[in-house]
Design a protein around this ligand. Structure first.
Ligand SMILES: *Cc1c(COP(=O)(O)O)cnc(C)c1O
Length: 425
């Protein structure tokens, strides 16, 4: 059978009830599972049989949502986490340890920059930042024998740079390491990074996937395509794990080696577990994801065109604007749209930007993007305020930059709100 369309997967994948069972995904609010014999539980602990042991590691409600996310991305398996931060942490730590390094695009989410540049450094993992404008030749010297991955975001938050996934996948694979892509802003509705050579996809499900600003969460998805044995340099996956009596993830889990190790080892040890109720709420968001993304993209395009023509706006950054330097990449990787997030500069710099934001009525100031409600934020003084001026510049964030997350309200109401706020300037 042909693979189902993304709209159908959003609704139908994951939980599939049997005869007489609840139609809607049940919330298995249980930390614990019951076994008929001690022997069976012993086998579970040795990973000899599949099943749930303890909700820190897995839970049926969460598992159904993981199946849906894996299907949406076209991967062999997914693991939900307590947050997007936890997802990025686990995704990197699953293959890199003290003494290793990864190469990351510099235009990424501020929280991830902190995680990479400060906390991971303390773990002994060196994250080497490269600028999206650098050529392959300029990036080459950043690789060495301890490099374990390349990392980037499909649509960078908030710089809105579009990742040339094929290019970085080729570069990573040339050096026998996987490409990790944070696909939070695009969602699998707009881009499926595995189709362009990415190996691992990460999500902050807090954003569009939940879509209602209700629950913090994350996910790691494994394409199953990276050959860890052939690549070499990943002993954690290809050599015995003594904490499980010698399980070898590549031997015992095949294509799902990476995601199995992430769960059995890191989720067990770090406890970055999502609650069953959070997975249930996320699942409800996912059911309407395709529909919502369509409207977010449609509205954002109209807002971008409106702002571009406005005399009080100095510049507009939206990858789908034909004048954007990201336009060609967006056409290739984001044919259906570039999500609802737009950034722009208000003439008059920081002061005007702040006054404009304070004048908005429908669009509200929140430390969040990518949900159904139109919202607005000034990154330089909030989400990215820990960054140095140099890091801000590398991340593509100026003091006049306003980040607008266009919601799914009626476009005429959104435009009217922008108009009245701009009239205050
Ligand atoms: C928000 C965000 C994160 C962090 O996710 P949380 O769920 O807030 O922990 C990571 N990456 C990107 C691109 C994000 O937008």
């Amino acid at each position: 059978m042909e693979r189902q369309k993304i709209e159908t997967i959003c609704i139908q994948e994951g939980y599939k009830p049997g005869n007489g069972e609840p139609r809607i995904l049940p919330i298995y609010q249980s930390t614990t599972y019951k076994y008929d014999s001690a022997d069976h539980l012993g086998k579970l602990f040795d990973l000899e049989v599949p099943g749930h042991m303890y909700t820190r590691i897995s839970n049926p409600t969460v598992e159904y949502v993981e199946q849906k996310i894996a299907a949406l991305e076209g991967g062999v398996g997914a693991m939900c986490t307590s947050s997007g931060q936890a997802a990025n942490l686990v995704a990197v730590m699953n293959i890199a340890g003290c003494g290793d390094n990864i190469i990351s695009l510099s235009s990424i989410y501020g929280g991830t920059i902190n995680l990479f540049a400060v906390t991971m450094k303390r773990f002994g993992i060196d994250v080497r930042f490269v600028n999206p404008d650098m050529t392959d030749e300029e990036i080459e010297p950043f690789f060495d024998e301890n490099t374990k991955a390349v990392f980037g975001e499909t649509i960078a938050n908030p710089a809105l740079k579009v990742l040339d996934i094929e290019r970085y996948a080729n570069l990573a694979h040339k050096h026998n390491v996987p490409l990790l892509v944070d696909n939070t802003f695009a969602t699998p509705v707009l881009c499926r990074p595995f189709e362009f050579g990415a190996d691992i996809v990460i999500h902050s499900t807090t954003k569009y996937m939940d879509g209602h600003a209700s629950v913090v969460g994350g996910a790691v998805v494994d394409s199953g395509n990276f050959d860890w044995e052939a690549a070499g340099g990943f002993p954690g996956l290809t050599e015995p794990d003594e904490s499980y009596h010698g399980v070898v993830y590549t031997r015992d889990f095949g294509k799902a080696a990476y995601i199995s190790k992430a769960r059995c080892q890191l989720m067990r040890d770090l406890g970055t577990t999502p609650q069953p109720i959070a997975a249930f709420i996320l699942n409800q968001g996912l059911e309407t994801l395709a529909l919502r993304m369509e409207r977010h993209c449609e509205n954002a395009m109209q807002v971008a065109e409106y702002l571009e023509k406005h005399e009080k706006i100095s510049w507009v950054n939206y990858p789908k604007l034909p004048g954007s330097d990201q336009y060609e990449l967006a056409e290739k990787y984001l044919p259906k749209g570039a999500c609802g997030v737009i950034s722009f500069g208000v003439k008059g710099g920081r002061e005007a930007a702040v006054k404009f934001m304070d004048s908005l009525k429908l669009a509200q100031i929140v430390v969040h993007v990518a949900d159904a409600r139109t919202s607005v934020l000034h990154p330089a003084s909030t989400t990215h305020r820990q960054l140095t001026d140099e890091q801000l510049k590398d991340a593509g964030i100026g003091a006049d930059l306003v980040r607008l997350s266009v919601g799914i309200e009626h476009i005429s109401d959104i435009l009217a709100d922008l108009e009245q706020a701009l009239n205050q300037l």
